[in-house]
Design a protein around this ligand. Structure first.
Ligand code: SF4
Length: 336
């Protein structure tokens, strides 16, 4: 550990910012929220903070899921002087939860920038890309800035980004016309989300974890074809389950829209409230009375976690298209 950077496995975290915020707020009781996969580092964070502030500080460590800042519970936050939410940017689709929530970036440092750049430059030249937009996630902000600087030095024109994209939200800055969008993120989810909304046909995913750099435009196309298949299966459903989230994943207008749509079409529906939705939760709820589901909370659940569920589990735009148009020849242009 350096003077002010905590090392949590392959991630760096500037905890001095947390210490400053605690001292400034004269906080006596704080809550720390680490994302999934890093919760085992709670003792490291707690020890650091207590060493730098006072032993009287009460440090609570949140064991509930923190898949995104969308899950920050305003009621819970009110019970603490300060909440340190680590690893996500503020959720852009609802107002900031409260002034006592401090957002701290995590930076993944386990990758090999040189190896990534070599492959990336080669691929960009192969596809003839000159203008480039860069999207990323909270954990790769510094890496993405270095990629931008290196690409600029190599003669590419970075016309947008790096900007943080969420599966459910693509900032307007990234919706520019560029020859290619470079998505610096693990997995395919963010690349797919960009592929649906960005006005560029070439999507290159840089995965800092596996160091894979590839043109995923075809994977996105295949993914969308499979989603269309699920939408066409859902056309047969006479009864639907509407899965409803909590905190900022509770979207009452979306739920109301489905209640109205399903009623107008004379379809049966059931409203399920699920603060955390996993395949186990859905399996436990599933009934022969329900033919298809729509997830109104997090679109990632429908497209990633419940992808292989035996009944169609759709995102809101997919379900709207099925219910309103009965036409599944085209895929909607967003997940939310
Ligand atoms: S994709 Fe899901 S987990 Fe991520 S910010 Fe959006 S609602 Fe939250």
């Amino acid at each position: 550990m350096t003077e002010d950077i905590a090392v949590l496995g392959d991630y760096e975290l500037d905890l001095e910012k947390a210490v400053e915020a605690i001292l400034r707020a004269r906080a006596g009781k704080i809550l720390v929220q680490l994302p999934e996969g890093l919760k085992r580092y709670y003792p490291v964070v707690s020890n650091y903070i207590r060493d730098r502030t006072s032993l009287d500080l009460e440090v609570y460590l949140d064991a509930s899921p923190a898949y995104g800042s969308c899950l920050i519970d305003p009621e819970l936050v009110r019970g603490y002087d300060l909440v340190l939410h680590i690893g996500h940017d503020p959720y852009p689709l609802t107002p900031r939860p409260s002034s006592n929530v401090v957002f701290l970036d995590l930076e993944y440092v386990g990758t090999d920038l040189r190896a990534i750049l070599e492959k990336l430059e080669m691929l960009l030249r192969d596809v003839g890309a000159v203008s480039i937009a860069i999207a990323t996630t909270n954990q790769h902000k510094k890496l993405s800035k270095r990629i931008r600087d290196e690409l600029t030095s190599a003669g590419f024109s970075v016309v947008a980004g790096p900007a943080v994209a969420l599966g459910c939200y693509i900032p307007l800055d990234l919706r520019v016309i560029a020859d290619a969008v470079v998505v610096v993120a693990g997995g395919l989810f963010h690349a797919i989300s960009l592929g649906m909304t960005a006005r560029s046909s070439v999507i290159i995913r840089v995965d800092p974890y596996t160091r894979d750099v590839s043109n995923v435009s075809r994977d996105i196309y295949r993914f969308l074809s499979k989603r269309l298949k699920k939408m066409s299966e859902a056309l047969e459903a006479r009864s639907w389950g509407v899965l409803i989230g909590t905190a900022s994943q509770y979207r009452p207008q979306v739920v109301d829209r489905f209640v109205k749509l399903l009623s107008e079409r004379g379809l049966t529906y059931y409203l399920y409230v699920a603060p955390v939705l996993t395949v186990e939760v859905l399996r436990n709820l599933d009934s022969p009375n329900v033919g298809a589901y729509v997830v109104t909370s997090c679109p990632r659940v429908a497209v990633d976690d419940l992808y292989d569920f035996e009944k169609p589990v759709l995102t809101p735009p997919e379900a709207v298209r099925v219910l309103m148009r009965g036409d599944v020849s085209e895929y909607p242009d967003s997940f939310l």
